[in-house]
Design a protein around this ligand. Structure first.
Ligand code: PLP
Ligand code: TYF
Length: 400
């Protein structure tokens, strides 16, 4: 029956894990996928998540279906976390929000909605580079994909002039996707002053601002700081769309808990958008999974757990920042040719090292170190036990 089906390529990020698993070396390191690891290289279940699980267990919760747009207490708290309790769209009851299958599911609902209803344009502008999955999600949702400049290879930083020029030359009323914080894969974000300029430019061009926020709290360790761009755009009157994920900041990867929200201009508009969100979700998966949403509600809805969680998020961010310093110091000590300051200045889960595809290949073959071909490393895969070995191997690969 499937004789005409041709095999497709594996996911470029998740494929790295497959190669890592097949490697027998005791020294092997997986720096491919962006998943947090503790100081011993092990997956980390947050203590607040364990406490929330205990509470749910004791409460003997049932397993009934959730409504189509998910658990109401969860979506309310998720919105407050991102926008702030006093944010106008929340106070004025004009935020349409739905629970989603993590950040990816949020993107899928958002883009399907834009494909159906965005009037001025069906073209979405993505940064170059961007998270690989953005492109097929947009295309599968019926959007046309175009790109704006983002990363400057020479400075290993933001090409802000190029970014502005491309956003300016896009036809008025286009859709512009922005990584809210901790840009994946580069780890390079606009400054707060640059975000303010972008807000003006997007407004002037009547573009639609689409925020993907998969790392709130994870970038700087500060929930508010990481939400700066989202909150500033909303204050400036942009009717943004926002995708949220609790995979990273609560370590709930496999629970698949996220949210997608639309700032509307009135409660009436919100009600209409909400009804169409339900019509998009129903034929896709009917309603979302319940357990992860309950965990997030327990944590965000309980002052004590919430405060503990803030400390845990900061702990994860700080461990990553510490690894950046250690990696940088070791590369410099080993007199590794090149400039490595970007390792310290980049933020979030990833560092865009600047390693070339040949060097990436050499690291896999000679040192059993696995990363994506673009030279991106997941900083969380490093720890006190392997950072030295990693730096030595990079140094050797660069020296040739
Ligand atoms: N958006 C970006 C930029 C990401 O890096 C990721 C992955 O972490 C996601 C969205 C969605 O991830 P998930 O579906 O696991 O929440
Ligand atoms: O970029 C990453 O590594 C994370 C995790 O298909 C991820 O965003 C990677 C690939 C994928 C889903 C999630």
């Amino acid at each position: 029956v499937w004789g005409s089906v041709v095999a497709g390529p594996p996911d470029p990020i998740l494929g790295v894990t497959e190669k890592f698993k097949a490697d027998k070396s005791p020294k092997k390191i997986n720096l491919g996928v962006g998943a947090y690891r503790d100081g011993n290289g092990k997956p980390y279940v947050l203590p607040t998540v364990k406490k929330a699980e205990q509470k749910l267990f004791e409460a003997k919760m049932d397993k009934e279906y959730l409504p189509i747009t998910g658990l109401g207490s969860f979506t309310k708290l998720a919105a407050e976390l991102a926008y702030g309790k006093d944010s106008k769209p929340l106070v004025e009851d004009r935020l349409a929000i739905s629970q989603s299958i993590s950040g990816t599911g949020a993107l899928r609902i958002a883009m399907a909605f834009l494909g159906k209803f965005h009037e001025t344009s069906k073209t979405i502008y993505l940064p170059t580079p961007t998270w690989g999955n953005h492109i097929p999600i947009a295309k599968d949702s019926g959007l046309t994909v175009k790109h704006y400049k983002y990363f400057d290879k020479d400075t290993v930083g933001l090409d802000f002039e190029g970014m502005k020029a491309d956003i300016k030359s896009a036809p008025d009323g286009s859709i512009v996707l922005l990584h809210a914080c901790a840009h994946n894969p580069t780890g390079v974000d606009p400054t707060e002053a640059q975000w303010r300029e972008l807000s003006d430019l997007v407004k002037e061009k009547k573009h639609f601002a689409f925020f993907d926020m998969a790392y709130q709290g994870f970038a700087s360790g500060d929930i508010l700081k990481d939400a700066y761009a989202v909150r500033y755009f909303v204050e400036q009157g942009h009717q943004i769309l926002l995708c949220q994920s609790f995979a990273k900041n609560m370590g709930l990867y496999g629970e698949r808990v996220g949210a997608v929200s639309f700032v509307c201009d009135s409660p009436e508009e919100k009600a209409k958008v909400d009804s169409q969100l339900k019509i998009i979700v129903r034929p896709m998966y009917s309603n979302p999974p319940v357990h992860g949403a309950r965990l997030v509600s327990e944590i965000l809805g309980n002052q004590e757990l919430y405060n503990e969680w803030l400390v845990e998020v900061k702990g994860m961010a700080d461990r990553i920042i510490d690894m950046r310093t250690k990696l940088y110091d070791t590369l410099v000590r080993l007199e590794t040719p090149g400039e490595w300051k970007h390792i310290k200045s980049q933020i979030g889960m990833f560092s865009f090292t600047g390693l070339k595809p040949e060097q990436v290949e050499k690291l896999a073959e000679k040192a059993s170190i696995y990363l994506t071909k673009d030279g991106r490393i997941s900083m969380a895969g490093l720890n006190d036990g392997n950072v030295e070995y990693f730096a030595e191997s990079v140094s050797k690969a660069v020296k040739g």
